[in-house]
Design a protein around this ligand. Structure first.
Ligand SMILES: [Zn+2]
Length: 404
């Protein structure tokens, strides 16, 4: 028989099982018997690493110290069922790779709507659908609670290992909240403003009071562990990952295969990429009087992109490298894609099939800042007569795959 346990310990449930790992219980940390030292060890972190995550918070939420003091609570006239459906739709848009787990969360989980002190998820055991308890009041806060618990449940279903450290659970839950905020914004839903305001308001708890308590606790590692210690770093990491990281990679958070250090690495990688992006100069207006200047500029942009891409081309001898690109320039079979900031974001080269002029083989696609889809979409728009494109992987055992 699977052990039932409270999955979200601050959200008190009488079903919390004393046999469950103490890190999952809501009861006071003293009762769990764990200390801050145990909690750091569980997450393979030092106190310094925790503080450095907290230092990233200005970038995570836009403001340090936090905002959203308004205590106004609007009813946003959405039923619990509709909120549940929206949470599911929002997750599916932000994390398409998790489609199966998201669908299963919506279909298989039992949702109990009843007056509970805090919403929570009951982990019914490995590979068994969890039960969700919601106290839905129809306001923005309840809306976020639904997204939070939905995401906890999705992680329980998507996980590839039974135990997931609590901070990673909260990263997943906060990603679910952000998916909802983003979804409502993009769908231009009336509730978007209130829900976003509420999300900001809750930052004052997670990144204010909770962060202060955590910093105080870190001074003495023997301080009893409190589940709320997980929230500040999880909030910061979820916000930064949601804003900057490759969404596909975030499946690992739900599967429970990423550690906190992996989350930090992903944030830092994404930020480095952003900084590189900003270093590109803007491209000046084309001057048809000087085609040679344009040609040099195009070559320069490609060389620049290849330096950052580092998939072999920048290691080639210069003669070979430029001859290859020149051949494509002469045959008009290369395209540098300019992004929204009027800076190059990638380029592609291709060969046209000798027998079928509507078929091409893409010989190179460089998108050092992760804009592969934009590069491919632009290329497709640029070549409207091409009906099929085969992308060749230069260093892959796979020979190629259809680009469209
Ligand atoms: Zn939670």
């Amino acid at each position: 028989m699977a052990t039932k346990r409270s999955y979200n310990p601050d959200h008190v449930t009488s079903q919390a099982n004393a046999a469950a790992n103490g890190f999952e219980r809501t009861a006071s940390s003293t009762k769990s018997g764990h200390t801050v030292r145990d909690w750091l060890d569980l997450h393979k972190m030092s106190a310094r690493a925790v503080l450095s995550i907290l230092d990233m918070q200005a970038g995570a939420t836009g403001r340090k110290g936090q905002s959203g003091n308004s205590s106004e609570r609007h009813n946003i006239s959405v039923s619990a069922k509709a909120a549940w459906k929206l949470a599911s739709d929002a997750m599916a848009v932000s994390f398409p790779d998790l489609a199966d787990a998201i669908t299963n969360t919506g279909r298989r989980c039992e949702v109990k709507l009843e007056p509970v002190e805090r919403p929570h998820v009951i982990d019914n055991g490995w590979r068994i659908a969890p039960t969700i308890h919601l106290n839905f009041r129809g306001d923005a806060s309840s809306f976020l609670d639904v997204a939070h618990e939905f995401s906890h449940a999705t992680q329980l279903i998507a996980r590839t290992q039974e135990f997931i450290p609590p901070m990673i659970r909260e990263v997943a839950a906060f990603l679910g909240e952000l998916a909802l905020v983003s979804y409502l914004n993009e769908a231009d839903q009336l509730s978007a403003f209130d829900v976003h305001q509420e999300w900001q308001r809750q930052n004052s708890t997670y990144l204010g009071r909770d962060a202060l308590a955590l910093k105080a606790a870190l001074i003495d590692p023997k301080t009893p562990y409190d589940y709320r210690h997980n929230y500040p770093c999880a909030r910061v990491l979820a916000s930064l990952l949601f804003q900057h990281a490759d969404r596909q990679k975030l499946s690992a958070v739900f599967q429970g295969t990423w550690s906190v250090a992996d989350c930090v690495d992903a944030v830092q990688f994404a930020e480095k990429r952003k900084i590189m992006k900003n270093n590109f100069p803007e491209i000046p207006e084309k001057d048809p009087k000087y085609p040679a200047v344009e040609a040099y500029r195009t070559l320069g942009m490609m060389a620049y992109l290849d330096l950052d891409y580092w998939h072999g081309h920048s290691e080639k001898p210069i003669k070979e490298y430029f001859e290859g690109l020149l051949k494509h320039m002469k045959s008009n079979s290369l395209y540098v894609v300019i992004g929204d900031e009027n800076k190059p974001i990638g380029y592609a080269t291709w060969n046209v099939s000798k027998d079928q002029p509507d078929q091409i083989e893409i010989t190179r696609q460089a998108a050092p800042f992760g804009d592969h889809l934009t590069v491919q979409r632009s290329l497709r728009a640029r070549l409207p007569d091409v009906t099929s494109a085969l992308a060749v992987h230069e260093r892959s055992a796979r020979k190629g795959q259809m680009a469209w």
